[in-house]
Write a protein that binds this ligand. Structure first.
Ligand code: ADP
Ligand code: MG
Length: 238
């Protein structure tokens, strides 16, 4: 579970081609980072995978099935939004339960999953608080908890830490990496931050103007950048 293949996937908004046709394979259990400057198409690519945008060409295959036309809910993926997407009037417990309620999961199973996610994310003592009574890091953990309880075959993160301060960002990076080590679930993580890419990724996808400039491990990109753009972006001594 959690293998995602893009075949000739392309996206235009009106006349503007934001993603020219591209191919990419993400293996089960991989931590893949999409990195590139602002406006290069990272969010668009993630939203195509999530099904929040329709492709204008190509095919998306998830775990061997053609998912190109599948609704977001049918894809079995969970998008982690920035923490400000929490419901401010609901308790942490209710925020985490919300997607399960929508999916019609029974109360006992909801409770089991909430307890397990809260334990994994150190939120057990905070379940009855509202988001406004939590720190930025705790709020971000709740946003991750809301994804975990759906038991997705892959997590999709779009710059989840960009509204946290620098010190907290370092801690949350470690927490997300640790979560990946524990769950071994595919994660796709979008960032414009080279340090995040280099420290978190199994595989980095460097994007520029909707094109894949290079795909490789952090060490491969560092040692052997394909061009000056990749070298400059990764900060390697080419
Ligand atoms: P990134 O996440 O890398 O900053 P985006 O994927 O958000 O980049 O955007 C890539 C390009 O697509 C940008 O030029 C942006 O203006 C354009 N774009 C994104 N969404 C839309 C949309 N809904 N309509 C028109 N253009 C869009
Ligand atoms: Mg973006």
């Amino acid at each position: 579970m959690g293998q995602i293949t893009l075949e000739n996937v392309a996206k235009s908004f009106g006349e503007v081609e934001v993603i020219p046709p591209l191919d990419l394979t993400i293996e089960d259990g991989e931590f893949v980072v999409f990195v590139g400057p602002s406006g290069c198409g990272k969010s668009t690519l993630l939203r195509l995978i999530a099904g929040l945008e329709d492709v204008t060409g190509g095919k998306i295959v998830i775990d061997g099935s053609d998912a190109t036309q599948a609704s977001p809910a049918k894809r079995g993926l969970a998008m982690v939004f920035q923490s400000y997407a929490l419901y401010p009037h609901m308790s942490v417990r209710k925020n985490i339960a919300f997607p399960m309620k929508m999916a019609g999961i029974d109360d006992a199973e909801q409770k089991r999953r909430i307890d397990s996610a809260a334990k994994a994310l150190n939120l057990t003592d905070y379940l009855d608080r509202r988001p406004g009574q939590l720190s930025g890091g705790q709020r971000q953990r709740v946003a991750i908890g809301r994804a975990i309880v759906r038991e997705p075959s892959a997590f999709l993160f779009d710059e989840p830490l960009s509204n946290l301060d620098a010190a907290l960002r370092v801690g949350m990076r470690l927490e997300i990496s640790e979560l990946h080590n524990r769950l071994k679930t595919t994660m796709i993580y979008v960032t414009h931050d080279q340090v995040e890419a280099m420290t978190m990724a199994d595989k980095i996808v460097v994007l520029q103007a909707g094109r894949i400039e290079q795909v490789g491990s952090p060490l491969e990109l560092y040692r052997n950048p394909r061009n000056v753009f990749v070298a400059g972006f990764i900060g390697s001594p080419r």
